[in-house]
Design a protein around this ligand. Structure first.
Ligand SMILES: [Zn+2]
Length: 248
């Protein structure tokens, strides 16, 4: 069985169904009710819980109706989640990781590896493929600390972000490091995938540490590239984030 069903919603959001048993699933960030219920039905699943990464409507719009229709439980970052808390569904263990930055209530969900699935991270608007969310409700240094928590997860963890901003993120990275051959190649690959109508998810923590310009704010080469060789990691991160906001 395929443990993750990717459901594109709205313009560029991703909702996800995670199957922790043959017929049981959890949904992450359901911004739509009908699309989610169609997939639930199609795969003959019972929806037992909703995980919400943060309070923005493009991640939460379907929560109320889905709960009403399925009577599933709802777990979100703005509930009083402890710093790290483990939830259990069948044999599956899910760690909640508080990641304030984009919003004060942002949380990510780390599914521990099991017989059924690899380790995986539902990263909401905290970590994108090659990018990260805008720090809206917290300052950039808080966001940087949160991103470090995600970078510390096992290298082979699959990353499932809340939006598809992959192409523009690689384009932005090349404004900082125009000669980076790895990123040039990844941009080419992602454009090809998009032309073929394929989805751009997922990535891995290892790939993000290597190619996500924001996770590399602690890298001397990046500091040098933006003329901040002696600045702190958080200052470099804040500068990169500022430039990305201008870029788009
Ligand atoms: Zn958001």
């Amino acid at each position: 069985m395929e443990p993750v069903i990717v459901i594109p919603v709205l313009d560029d959001n991703f909702a996800y169904l995670f199957r922790y048993e043959e017929n049981k699933a959890i949904v992450v960030d359901p911004a739509d009710t009908t699309l989610i219920l169609n997939e639930v039905k199609k795969h003959n699943l019972e929806l037992t819980a909703i995980l919400g990464t943060h309070h923005h409507w493009d991640h939460t719009a379907g929560i109320k109706e889905l709960k009403h229709k399925t009577n599933c439980s709802v777990i979100t970052g703005n509930q009083n989640l402890a710093g790290r808390q483990t939830l259990t569904f069948g044999n599956c263990r899910i760690k909640t990781i508080k990641t304030p930055g984009h919003t004060a209530d942002s949380a990510c969900f780390y599914i521990e590896p099991s017989e059924n699935n690899d380790g995986m991270l539902f990263a909401g608007d905290t970590l994108f493929i090659a990018g990260c969310g805008r720090p809206i409700e917290c300052d950039a240094s808080t966001m940087w600390v949160s991103l470090q928590k995600l970078a510390a997860l096992p290298d082979d963890t699959l990353v499932y972000p809340g939006h598809d901003y992959t192409e523009e993120n690689y384009e932005f990275a090349l404004t900082i490091e125009p000669e980076n051959k790895t990123i040039q190649k990844l941009l080419e690959d992602i454009r090809k995938k998009q032309r073929q109508g394929k989805l751009t998810v997922s990535s891995t923590i290892a790939q993000e540490k290597l190619t996500n310009i924001f996770l590399r704010a602690n890298n001397p080469a990046i500091k040098a590239a933006i003329n901040m060789p002696n600045a702190s990691d958080a200052e470099v991160f804040a500068e990169l984030r500022k430039r990305k906001n201008i870029f788009g």
